[in-house]
Design a protein around this ligand. Structure first.
Ligand SMILES: C[S@@+](CC[C@H](N)C(=O)[O-])C[C@H]1O[C@@H](n2cnc3c(N)ncnc32)[C@H](O)[C@@H]1O
Ligand code: SF4
Length: 381
């Protein structure tokens, strides 16, 4: 790891959003819209380039000068389904972005494999893939409204390896409609058998305004969910995957640098429709957010106005992120990234230590605190 964003505040990430998918999944509340024949990817590339230039002048230039090589530490193409973005366009964008040495991730939906070649993405500078497997049961994939079957996930993984990708994450979800403990473990085992470097294992949540919220599927009961979680965590640990965040598991040295930046309240810029950024400038923390609607965004991608984050919000956001990390961060990072003295939260922290919910010597949760994270965070409201 060139820079560890948990300890080194010079780290700087870049998030690039691609807001289209082949079809909207019924559980998903990400900013994604069905891709149409008429979707003009060239116009979106122009908007991204213009957005990048603007943010570079506004925030990036000075901030990048403070990173060790003047480059981003990590770049993340997320979505939506950025594997639908034409590789030539990705290439054109990457040519403009200081990326040498950066962990550069692309999210891939296995159902989009016919639209691209992994070799092209490699040539464009992508060095990490995050493949949305979700499940290896075709019945589950159908229930989740996915556009692919498990065979396509296996093929995508093989092709990615064949193209030389040696840093791959698999996204899996658990607690799926009608899922049994055996079914969830079979999914995990299949993922482990592929030997990825990283597994993200998310519990399915029903998000407001999604198809699943309108027509809720029957999910496993709480007792089952607990059994799935306990058995799944043991399986991942036995297979040598270290749990370093609530839902993230990695082989040694393969933690996601980009996600560690978010989880340690580090700095990142965000370009693209609906993209967020967060950056510390001159003892202030500011946020940026682009309009979610691709049409609105493309109409004027140079409108972002950084908004300062107030003191209470800064403390809460810091805790919401860092306490998801199993090992947390050093307490000194709190002041470094929020510009608030640790002493101002000392009393609350001490109470939480006494309750056995957080560590005394680090800004980190205990296993009990991780389980009751919402209650811990309430103390910072
Ligand atoms: C932007 S998507 C990943 C890339 C690509 N769009 C795909 O789905 O293959 C990010 C990941 O978040 C997870 N996710 C999305 N909605 C979720 C939900 N409601 N509950 C739990 N995990 C969810 C899925 O595992 C998904 O792969
Ligand atoms: S493919 Fe990914 S981003 Fe698109 S709707 Fe499905 S889960 Fe959401």
């Amino acid at each position: 790891m060139l820079i560890d964003p948990r300890t080194d505040s010079r780290a700087l990430g870049l998030y690039v959003h691609f807001p289209w998918c082949i079809k909207k999944c019924p559980y998903c509340d990400f900013n994604s819209h069905p891709l149409k024949e008429s979707t003009d990817q060239g116009a979106y590339l122009d908007a991204l380039l213009s957005d990048w230039q603007h943010q570079y002048e506004l925030l990036g230039e000075g901030r990048l000068a403070g990173t060790p090589l003047g480059n981003f530490t990590s770049i993340f193409f997320g979505g939506g389904t950025p594997s639908l973005f034409k590789p030539d366009y990705l290439h054109a964008l990457m040519n403009e972005i200081p990326s040498l040495g950066a962990e550069t991730t692309l999210e891939v939906n296995p159902g989009s494999a016919e639209y691209f070649s992994f070799e092209d993405y490699k040539a464009a500078g992508i060095n990490r893939l995050s493949i949305g497997a979700q499940s290896f049961s075709n019945a589950q994939l159908a229930a989740l409204g996915r556009v692919h079957q498990m065979q396509e996930t296996l093929q995508a993984f093989e092709r990615a390896r064949g193209a030389g990708f040696d840093n791959i994450n698999l996204d899996l979800m658990w607690g799926l409609p009608g899922q049994t403990v055996a079914g969830a473990l079979a999914d995990l085992q299949q993922a482990i058998d592929l030997s990825p470097q990283h597994i993200s294992w998310y519990q399915l949540t029903i998000e407001a305004k999604t198809e699943f919220a309108r027509r809720p599927p029957v999910l496993p009961k709480d007792g089952f969910l607990q059994d799935i979680e306990t058995a799944g965590l043991a399986l991942l640990a036995d297979a040598g995957f270290e749990r370093y965040e609530v839902s993230a598991f990695a082989r040694p040295d393969k933690k996601s640098i980009h996600n560690l930046t978010y989880w340690s309240f580090g700095d990142y810029l965000g370009i693209g429709a609906g993209a967020h950024g967060k950056i510390g400038v001159e003892h202030r923390v500011v946020r940026t957010q682009q309009p979610s609607q691709p049409r609105l965004y493309q109409h004027n991608p140079r409108t972002i106005a950084p908004v300062p984050v107030n003191t209470e919000q800064r403390a809460l956001e810091f805790m919401m992120n860092t306490l998801r990390l199993i090992d947390g961060v050093e307490q000194s990072i709190f002041e470094e990234r929020t510009y608030i003295p640790w002493e101002s939260i000392q009393t609350v922290w001490h109470e939480l230590v006494t309750l056995g919910l957080v560590a005394s010597d680090r800004c980190a949760p205990t296993p009990l605190g991780l389980r009751y994270l919402d209650s811990v965070l309430e103390r910072f409201l």
